[in-house]
Design a protein around this ligand. Structure first.
Ligand SMILES: *Cc1c(COP(=O)(O)O)cnc(C)c1O
Length: 385
């Protein structure tokens, strides 16, 4: 079918706050473009102070931060790490590359976060850590996750890639596990193209986190005047971002609350426009538990059984609306299968990932765009019945 779209609505577009170029220009003129200059330090400080985290280290990506966390957790061959299958590849690959096995757990259908009632059954003598993923910027049930972790002596490493500036019971995501990872990838709420951060809440891990980030050297102790020469002391890699990225990021972080407010309005507007489709039982909307305050990272709907998700996505595309699905569950991926997982292992993950449609969602989305998206969806559902 070829239809002339009367409006084009992209899936996402990075939001530019306006001060990025000024800050990047400042980096170029002061000549310190590598890492850990003025802007990287200011980003770290801003995140530490705003979110009450003892140490935030900027990195080139959330993936890099998760890799650092895996090293800090002491994960090695034969160990197991508990996590949802409904997540991005990096949550698992950061641990698997060190020889660990991902111990997948199903999700809870309300929040699409790890189902805490199923965590304990996945824990064995080899388990090292639990990695909760805060899907869509809505917190996992951290009370019960931390309780189970304490009972079994496990580390909690939050994948807070989508959770920057979101809260659980008044605490910011990223401040709740011993370690946590943020993403500033271009698709996230606050961006610098590619970027991330490792949050270190367990103060006993801070010194080693610096060393791993600096290629396994004690360069930081040298800079602080604590040792005379810096040398190779541990494993590590280059987990430092360019100062150019950090300058861009600082501009974005300074606008965090404005960005949140705008996204909250967009979320409320979609919910209002979509309510009639919920009443007609075509789809369901996400629910946010009362102890969570979201950063509105993304917007999804769950299509009810009997409607074809692929057809809806195609219909929207034909009408100029870019919508998409979210996550091919990791347990059915080729690497997941190599660990012995198969289709049928996690029924909620499988049904959710076959019903989920992410709608266009970004700061500069206009009310008319949202009306058009929903009107097109309405047209699709009414053509099915
Ligand atoms: C985006 C994302 C990542 C990866 O972030 P990068 O900064 O691109 O490495 C990891 N986990 C989750 C849940 C994500 O959404």
């Amino acid at each position: 079918m070829t239809v002339k779209a009367i409006r084009e609505v992209p899936f996402f577009r990075p939001h530019i706050v306006g001060t990025e170029l000024e800050y990047v220009t400042e980096v170029i003129s002061n000549g310190q473009i590598s890492s850990d200059g003025h802007f990287t330090k200011r980003c770290s400080q801003l995140l530490e102070e705003s979110f009450d985290i003892p140490c935030v280290l900027l990195t080139p990506s959330c993936t890099a931060s998760l890799e650092m966390a895996a090293i800090l957790a002491g994960v090695g061959p034969g160990d197991e790490v508990v996590m949802p299958s409904f997540t991005f590849v990096s949550t698992a690959s950061a641990f698997v590359r060190l020889g660990a096995r991902p111990a997948f757990v199903d999700i809870c259908p309300k929040t699409l976060n790890i189902d805490v009632d199923r965590i304990e059954a996945a824990i064995t003598a080899k388990t090292k850590a639990i990695v909760p993923v805060h899907y869509a910027g809505v917190s996992c049930d951290m009370e019960n996750i931390r309780r189970v972790a304490r009972r079994h002596g496990l580390m909690v490493i939050e994948d807070a890639a989508q959770g920057v500036n979101a809260q659980w019971r008044g605490h910011f995501l990223g401040s709740l596990g011993q370690l946590a990872a943020y993403s500033f990838h271009t698709t996230k709420n606050f961006v610098c193209g590619e970027g991330g951060a490792l949050c270190v809440n367990d103060e006993a891990l801070i010194d080693r986190a610096h060393i791993i980030r600096e290629k396994g050297t004690n360069r930081r102790q040298f800079e602080l005047g604590q040792v005379e020469k810096y040398t190779w002391v541990d494993i590590g890699s280059s987990y430092v971002p360019s100062e150019i990225s950090s300058a861009f990021l600082l501009a974005q972080l300074e606008q965090m609350d404005n960005v949140n407010n705008r996204r909250e309005r967009l979320d409320a507007r979609y919910r209002q426009l979509l309510q009639p489709l919920v009443d007609d039982r075509f789809l369901r909307l996400p629910s946010i538990p009362t102890d969570c305050s979201s950063n509105y990272h993304l917007f999804y709907v769950l299509i009810n059984q009997g409607f074809c998700r692929a057809k809806l996505i195609q219909f929207l595309r034909d009408h100029g609306v870019q919508a998409t699905f979210h996550y091919v569950p990791l347990h059915v991926s080729p690497v997941g299968a190599s660990f012995g997982y198969q289709r049928g292992d996690f029924p909620v993950t499988e049904s959710v990932s076959s019903q989920l449609v992410r709608l266009p969602f970004f700061d500069d989305l206009q009310p008319e765009d949202q009306e058009y998206v929903v009107a097109t969806m309405r047209q699709f559902f009414h053509s099915c019945t």
